[in-house]
Every structure is written in C-alpha cells, then in structure tokens.
Design a protein around this ligand. Structure first.
Ligand code: FES
Length: 82
C-alpha cells in the first residue's frame, strides 16, 4: 500500500471552529504565489486543541505544527527548500 501514498508534502488545515473564525487565507495566497498546486496536497483536519495559535496548520511528513503567520517561512524552508 505504501507505494500508493503521495510523495508530496501534505499541508493539513484545521477546520475547527476557532480556526475557521480566523479565516486563514495565506495558504491559498502562497499556493498561487509559488505555484504549489501540483507540489503539495491540502487536507482538512479537526481541532487539535492548539486553538491559541489559530489558524493552525500541520505539515506532513515533516511533522511541523505552526500558525498561519509562520506559513511563509515553512513554505520556503520545507516545501521550496530555500
Ligand atoms: S480549532 Fe483549530 S486548533 Fe482548535
């Protein structure tokens, strides 16, 4: 089954009520800016009790939890490898 798994990084976006309230739009912005559409996958996840950092994202497989304000750094360092 492993061979069917995506090799692309997956960005999980929290769909919990507290994150949704903050309506993060930066992920869409960076996907457009750096043409990431075919380089990453985007999935939804439930609340992980990290609401104080809302809107919360998680990068797999690097296993990094971060707030949307750090998305630019994460994209450059872990997705674009710059
Ligand atoms: S609602 Fe997103 S971490 Fe709780």
């Amino acid at each position: 089954m492993e061979k069917f798994k995506s090799q692309r990084p997956v960005v999980y976006r929290c769909d919990g009520v507290n994150c949704r309230k903050k309506k993060g739009k930066l992920l869409d912005y960076y996907i457009k800016k750096y043409k990431l559409k075919n380089k990453i996958e985007v999935e939804q996840m439930d609340c992980n009790n990290k609401c104080e950092q809302a809107p919360v994202l998680h990068l797999h497989p690097d296993d990094i939890w971060f707030s949307e304000k750090d998305l630019g750094t994460i994209v450059k360092k872990h997705i674009l490898n710059k």
